[in-house]
Design a protein around this ligand. Structure first.
Ligand code: GAR
Length: 198
């Protein structure tokens, strides 16, 4: 399986994939100089920067993104903190082959700053979700979730870090399951043949 990882931020989820020794064919970032780019470079991974601000439209940006990923024969795209919505054209180029990690227990708290949304809401259990990407915002079929408690002395930052640690366990486990053909999508229900996290 040829894995393409897209990222916009610090790149700790990319690092988790690298540390789990999951082969990464290419890393693409849309924010020049972001941490994910440095991590890709440090790991000696093929990489590219496509700054979305340089494109006249979302469609143009996505077309360029597809072309770059196809150059590396990518057959699974992982959004690891990639903060751009993707067009149906992009998704059509990789049908049921784009997955995202989101820092909340979907369908609660989609969108940005999900951990803060959950903290401000006052939830007692938070967590993260890995899901297939569809044209909506964090609405695609859920593959796996991991929960963490919210403690009385938490603040938004301590909760963010606890959730992030679970992302680092869950995302590589899901990618491995996908690579091994253990994930099957039936309607909007993803079935995983063995438990992803023990
Ligand atoms: C992660 O918490 C990821 O779940 C989140 O951005 C962070 C990226 O961290 N993604 C989203 O909120 C997407 N809606 P990282 O760059 O250190 O991996």
């Amino acid at each position: 399986m040829k894995l393409g990882v897209l990222a916009s931020g610090g790149g700790s989820n990319l690092q988790a994939l690298i540390d789990a020794q999951i082969p990464v064919a290419v890393v693409g970032v849309n924010v020049p100089g972001c941490g994910a780019f440095d991590r890709a470079h440090a790991a000696g991974l093929p990489n590219f920067v496509l700054d979305h601000r340089a494109f006249p439209s979302r469609a143009d940006f996505d077309r360029a993104l597809v072309a770059r990923l196809q150059k590396y024969d990518v057959d699974l795209v992982v959004l690891a903190g990639f903060m751009r919505l993707l067009t149906p054209d992009f998704l059509g180029a990789f049908p049921h082959r784009v997955i995202n990690v989101h820092p909340a227990l979907l369908p609660a708290f989609p969108g940005v700053h999900a951990q803060r949304q959950a903290f401000d809401y006052g939830v007692k259990v938070a967590g993260c979700t890995v899901h297939f990407v569809d044209a909506g915002t964090d609405t695609g079929p859920i593959i796996a979730q991991a929960a963490v408690p919210v403690l009385d002395d938490d603040d938004a930052e301590s909760l963010r870090l606890r959730v992030l640690a679970e992302e680092h366990r869950l995302l590589p486990a899901v990618v491995r399951a996908f690579a091994e053909g253990r994930i099957e999508l039936v309607g909007r229900r993803a079935r995983v043949r063995v438990p992803i996290l023990q």
